[in-house]
Design a protein around this ligand. Structure first.
Ligand SMILES: [Zn+2]
Ligand SMILES: [Zn+2]
Length: 331
């Protein structure tokens, strides 16, 4: 099997704003909310398609993918959480795939949907239709931040996807009978053939637990260290707090630098990028090209591990080590 991630979108919730003259709002390129497709290949055949998040613009990105044009398949959707910028097009995607398969006389099976219980409760309220059209698998837990959940039962021999709980305060919910907020957000760790990829979004400014993990967070810390590829929430350049002094509901590039120092990934991709959440100054109105330039500068200046990249819609990331030609040493 061969594994490949395709970027469907990398924007944060509010992609563009009316009347805004910033370079990001004026950029003519199409945008989409943060989402990736994991394509699994058996020789030349697309064997499975696992979609992670389904926010605005993602249907168009899937439609632009020549692989899916030829073979419109979707086996799983994994949701990080229930916020609109991660679920807004879920129903549209499920219906578009189903209609396309019917027209091409391909078999139609229910698509599996994995999500945390809190996100399931929200979707049940907001989009009951889509839950009834999918085969829903809830994590059935409200574990604290930094917990590894049961790997998702994909039934694939050489791929494991382990969800890890993230703190994302604005997505947490009140339990039905009152009490503390319950967390709803998950990141994912993909492991196959000794290759490790972590997808970490959305996460708030309290996710610095990796710098000094508690005993019960050590398993998650170990799994997140030394990834070959890390895709991470980079909502702002430097914002730590909301206007009212509460921790920001996303991490900033400043925090990413602290996280990669302890996690030491080989390559880091910035996702969930915004244009307006930073105050006027660094980060405000930056296009993805400016983000790439500034991030690379910071990486080099501070000697951060591996490389940093800002992808674009359609970027393909092969989840494999480079195959080097074997050179036979002659005695
Ligand atoms: Zn988001
Ligand atoms: Zn969110």
């Amino acid at each position: 099997m061969r594994y490949e991630l395709v970027i469907n979108g990398l924007d944060h919730a509010w992609r563009k704003e009316f009347g805004c003259q910033c370079a990001r709002c004026q950029d003519p390129h199409r945008t989409a909310n943060t989402s990736v497709s994991l394509l699994i290949w058996n020789e030349d055949q697309l064997y499975q398609h696992i979609l992670i998040d389904a926010g605005g613009g993602v249907t168009e990105s899937l439609l632009e993918n020549p692989v899916l044009q030829k073979n419109p398949r979707l086996d799983w959707v994994l949701l990080t959480h229930w916020h609109a910028d991660h679920v807004a097009e879920l129903l549209r995607i499920v219906l578009t795939i189903t209609r396309s398969r019917k027209r091409q006389h391909l078999p139609v099976e229910p698509i599996q949907l994995w999500l945390r219980e809190g996100s399931r409760m929200w979707l049940e309220r907001q989009q009951p239709d889509v839950l009834h059209k999918m085969n829903v698998i809830s994590s059935l837990e409200f574990s604290a931040v930094g917990t590894l959940l049961e790997p998702i039962a994909l039934g694939l021999p050489d791929l494991t996807i382990t969800p890890v709980t993230l703190a994302h305060s604005s997505a947490d919910i009140y339990p039905p009978h009152g009490g503390e907020y319950l967390p709803c957000c998950a990141g994912f760790i993909l492991e196959q053939n000794n290759y490790k990829t972590a997808l970490l979004w959305d996460m708030d400014a309290t996710n610095l637990w990796v710098e000094s993990p508690k005993l019960e967070q050590l398993a998650a810390f170990d799994k997140l260290r030394h990834c070959d590829t890390l895709l991470i929430d980079c909502n702002t350049w430097s914002c730590y707090q909301n206007g009212n002094g509460t921790p920001a509901s996303h991490i900033s590039f400043l925090m990413i630098k602290r996280l990669v120092r302890v996690l030491e990934p080989k390559q880091t991709f910035l996702m969930h990028i915004s244009g307006h959440e930073d105050a006027i100054g660094d980060g405000f109105g930056w296009t993805n090209q400016t983000w790439q330039l500034e991030a690379t500068k910071a990486w080099e200046l501070e000697g951060l591990p591996g490389v940093v990249k800002v992808p674009c819609i359609g970027t393909r990331i092969a989840l494999e080590y480079e195959v080097k030609d074997t050179v036979l040493a002659l005695a």
